[in-house]
Structure formats: C-alpha cells, structure tokens
Design a protein around this ligand. Structure first.
Ligand code: MN
Ligand code: MN
Length: 460
C-alpha cells in the first residue's frame, strides 16, 4: 500500500535495460554533433531548416494551399523558425504546440570593437543574456557570425573551432596581484567593460598593432573596420561538447540552454505522427533578453505564420486565429535548474529536480510571489501527467530554486497570454548559463519521448 501512496523519486538509470541505454546513448551522439555545429541562433536555424527540408517540409511562401499531411515552415530573418504538420481537424479546434529557444548567453562584439591598448590588440564585447562574468575569462573562445556589407554581401565568420584555427581569450589578474580583486563582491570582480577579447600582438611596420590586425582581418574576410557596424559577431566558448563522467552518462557543453530542448523537440517533430491534430513547433530567438524584437517570441511573426496556416487551409474566418490559440495546448520547452551537489542550499529539497530523474515539469516560473509567472492550471497539469504516464515517460515536477532566492521566466507566458494552455517542460541543467553546462543523457531522451507523445496526443 505504502508504495502506491507515496511518490518515490528515483534515478531513471536504476534497473534500466541495455536496449534502452543503447538507444539513449545513440540519440545523444546525434545531439553532441548538433551542439558542435550549432553555437548561434543563425547556425541552429540553418541546421533546423536543413533537417526540415530533408524531411519533406516546404517553405510556407512556396505553398498555395494546405491539406492534411502537408508539412511547412517559416524562417524568420535567419534567426527563428516556425514549423507545422497539418492534420485533419480544423486548426480552430486547436493545435499541439512545442516552443523552445535557440539563442544562448554569450558575448557580442560592440559596433566599434577593434582597439589597441598596452601594445596589444583587443575586441570590445557586450554581453548578451544573464552571465556570471568571471566564468568567461581565461577560457578558449571562438567568434561566430555574419558581417553584411552595405551592398548586401554577407560574409560568414566561424573562427576558433578547427584544430588549426587560432582561438581568443579574455585575460584575468594573476593571483599574486589580485589582493584588491579578492576584496570585491563576485559580481563586481569582473565588470562588463573588462570583457575584452585578446586578438593580436604583432605591430605593423609603422608600429601600429590595430592596423596590422585589421589588415589580417581584411585579407581573410574582405571587410574594413566600418563593416563591423553591420555585423553580428558572437563570442562563444571554443570547446566541444563532451561525454561527461566515467559512465559517460552526462553531457557537458556550451549552449544547452535551450538547444537541448530545441534538438529534442525537433527530433520529436520529425518522428511524430498525428492525423487529427495539427502539430506546430517554435524555435525562438531573443528569449535570453526578454523575447523582444522581431525574432523574439513577443513579435507578430508567429501570428503571421499561424494566419498563413489558416488562410492556406481555407479556415481564415473572422476570429479564427483567436479561436485557434484558445483551443491549443503547448509545452514551453525550456531547461530547468538541476540540483547541484555543491550548492544544495539554493534548492528546496522537496521541489527540486535531479539530473537523471527524467523530464522536468515546472507548473510555474516567475520570482518572489510568483511575479511574472505563467501558472499552468491543475486541469492542464493533469492532462500532461496523463500523456506522460500512459506513454511511460519519466518526469519530475519541480520549481526553480528556493522561493526568495531569485527566479526566472520563459516564453510560456507569451503564448498563455494568447489563450493557450501552457506549461514549462524541459531538461534539468547544472551550471546553467555557464560556458559549460551539464545535462543527463537520460533526461534528454525522456524529453524526446515526452515531446513526441505530446505531439501525438488527441486528448483535449
Ligand atoms: Mn532557456
Ligand atoms: Mn536561459
């Protein structure tokens, strides 16, 4: 009796059979490849479009009408993607939607990045998203992104990833001379204007280091200093995603928030089938800075995509979009905070998630008194439990740390504001937002199976 009454939480690896373990490890090999090829939102969008096209998805602009079984996507400014598989039911009866984000915390180059100081050449950076600045010093860094010239020519930049490429780094004070730095609070020890990237040291014949480095950049990329104005160059960790632990049960890598949910929901989309309800996927940009701008979730671009679906499926009567939203269900696929054995005091033991214990459901996020929270209705939580339980998806329900210690948000509220039932559901991460985030392969696979089951449900 006791066994049935109490919720005994346990590791998913416990008594796992070899077949499943092999499946999990194989699936995660694909994920590791993905992480090593997709370190920015642009690279991730390109990867997603490529996969979609290879699986029969067509650009919605090239399609005049939509019928059951059709697969379409919209690429928004090379930085976010929406995709759908059309089914028999009217869209206004609701869709099954999963939304993740493909931007990650990083350092962007400033519009005037290049300068010379103390006989060295450096790039000024401006951090993007919530980073702990000290984590970004003294590690190998790569530069990824684009430079667009006034005539529209696009120069793509990826440097620091191949063994033969140079890398870049941000220096820090040697301990011998750090007496004053040690006295500072950790948030002030390294400041935003200290995050300057070391990029060269050989001067030109006229003893000008800046000039010599610009010459090298010009020879390699055909750009001049002014072209940085119209660039998006992102500084990201240069190291590769790796198996973590003697048992190789975990993955350590940059950018797992939220590419772990992007990859698992993409795989779920490619493998799901639902003849009745249309399934829709969002891969959003700008979540880490508040979902703002025309590639962020708050923009009208997603409404446009849904309107296109309604029009091309011949359903676009007045109010159809609102009706579609209000009848839809959504998983906001974003990462949660896994319990860190070194810093257990920030988690509340009964309501934390453990890596390796399955996909994590957060009924609400927000901070303090649930401020800014999208709080899922109990009825909807029950529906999600039923989907997971009837498909043998192992899940855990938790919060993001102790009540008054901080908080956070996702894209959940944006779609909930449109009238959908939404809940946060993703992979727990340790060292979130650091250059080297940790996840469990078990949870990654459960996210994939959980997302697939959600896409395939016909429950309302
Ligand atoms: Mn996230
Ligand atoms: Mn984040």
């Amino acid at each position: 009796m006791e066994k049935d009454l109490l919720n005994k939480k346990s590791s998913g690896w416990l008594n796992i059979d070899n077949d499943l373990k092999e499946k999990i490890f194989d699936f995660c090999d694909g994920y590791i490849d993905f992480l090593n090829n997709c370190k920015t939102e642009r690279e991730t969008s390109k990867f997603i479009i490529n996969k979609l096209e290879n699986n029969g998805f067509k650009n919605i602009n090239d399609v005049n009408s939509l019928n059951s079984g059709d697969k379409v996507y919209m690429l928004n400014r090379n930085k976010s993607v929406y995709a759908a598989i059309i089914a028999e039911d009217n869209l206004t009866q609701g869709v099954n939607l999963i939304g993740s984000h493909i931007d990650s915390p990083r350092l962007d180059l400033k519009p005037n990045p290049l300068y010379e100081d103390a006989k060295l050449a450096l790039f000024k950076t401006h951090y993007y998203g919530g980073i702990k600045k000290y984590q970004w010093t003294t590690i190998p860094l790569a530069i990824h992104g684009v430079v667009i010239k006034p005539n529209g020519t696009k120069v793509e930049v990826v440097i620091g990833e191949n063994e033969n490429d140079p890398v870049f780094t941000i220096t820090d004070i040697l301990p011998h001379l750090a007496t004053e730095q040690y006295e500072k609070k950790i948030g002030k020890a390294i400041e935003g204007e200290d995050l300057n990237l070391l990029i060269g040291s050989i001067p030109s014949n006229t003893d000008n280091i800046k000039e010599n480095i610009m010459k090298i950049i010009n020879e390699k990329y055909g750009i001049d200093e002014k072209d940085f104005y119209s660039s998006e160059l992102e500084v990201v960790p240069a190291f590769k995603a790796r198996h973590l632990g003697f048992d190789k049960s975990m993955i350590s890598a940059y950018g797992q928030d939220d590419r772990v949910c992007a990859y698992t929901s993409l795989q779920a989309l490619l493998n799901a089938s639902n003849e009745k309800r249309t399934i829709v996927s969002i891969f959003a940009d700008k979540e880490e800075i508040g979902s703002v701008g025309n590639t962020g979730m708050c923009s009208q671009m997603f409404d446009l995509f849904m309107n296109e679906l309604l029009t091309k499926k011949n359903e676009n009567t007045p109010g159809a979009l609102n009706k579609t939203y209000c009848n839809s269900i959504m998983l906001s696929a974003d990462v949660g905070a896994g319990m860190d054995p070194n810093y257990q005091s920030v988690s509340e033991k009964n309501n934390t998630s453990h890596i390796g214990f399955g996909i994590e459901i957060n009924k609400y996020t927000g901070s303090r008194g649930k401020s800014g929270a999208s709080d899922a209705n109990a009825e909807f939580v029950a529906k999600i439990r039923n989907i997971f339980e009837s498909n043998n998806v192992k899940y855990q329900v938790s919060e993001l740390g102790k009540v008054d210690l901080g908080g956070g948000g996702t894209i959940a509220y944006i779609l909930a504001d449109k009238g959908m039932d939404v809940i946060d559901c993703g992979v727990p991460v340790i060292s979130m937002h650091s250059p080297y985030e940790v996840t469990s392969k078990y949870d990654i696979y459960e996210a994939y199976t959980g997302y697939k089951a959600f896409f395939e449900t016909n429950e309302k």
